[in-house]
Design a protein around this ligand. Sequence first.
Ligand code: ADP
Ligand code: NI
Length: 214
Amino acid sequence: MNQKFVIQNTEEFVRTKLEQEGTGHDWWHIARVVELTKTIAEDEEANLFISIMAALLHDLIDDKLVEDKEAALHEVKSWLDSQQVVEHDQVHILDIIQTISFKEAHNHLTSLEAQVVQDADRLDAIGAVGIARCFAFAGAKGNLIHDPDEEPEINMSQEQYREKNGTAINHFYEKLLKLKELMNTSTGYQLAEERHQFMEQYLEQFYKEWKGIR
Ligand code: ADP
Ligand code: NI
């Protein structure tokens, strides 16, 4: 099948699956990650078809969204079969979506396309959109926006932090402000710099307003 149609069909497939998603991995997260992926992939001369397909499918096997990761992986594979994606490309796409999550940060990323999609996914967690997602997540969990008695604990692992049910502002220190340095590609890094700076400015303003000072 023509790659353009495969991408269009996959968009439909993912959109239907994630329409009702409420954990910050809704369809619009995917749509933004796809756009970022195109921008970075073009700059980095990565394979566009592989990168876009992996971006579209990257959250379908996330254990926050699915109970059975293996079954979800199997379903994605069946989808790729149905679209007649060649075996070699299937292996590459499945490899990317299995290795890009933050938890597996120390996993060796096997290809440029994996690096591109991971950068795009991480970029969507920072900057103005990242801030919005952070507060939306905190609200959904019933967490506070900020607790000045709670010192930011920069070295806490993501697992420890989840258990602790920290505030939205603490999440900046636990994750968001670390993402810029974790960019794989130079295009990703350039995009991250602006978003990072924006978050720092945001925090400065936030603390100023919190204290009620001029
Ligand atoms: P990923 O897309 O890397 O799997 P997560 O599921 O950890 O990300 O997070 C989804 C979105 O919710 C991201 O924008 C992330 O920054 C945000 N988020 C995750 N955990 C928290 C938290 N404890 N407090 C606030 N926002 C969070
Ligand atoms: Ni994602």
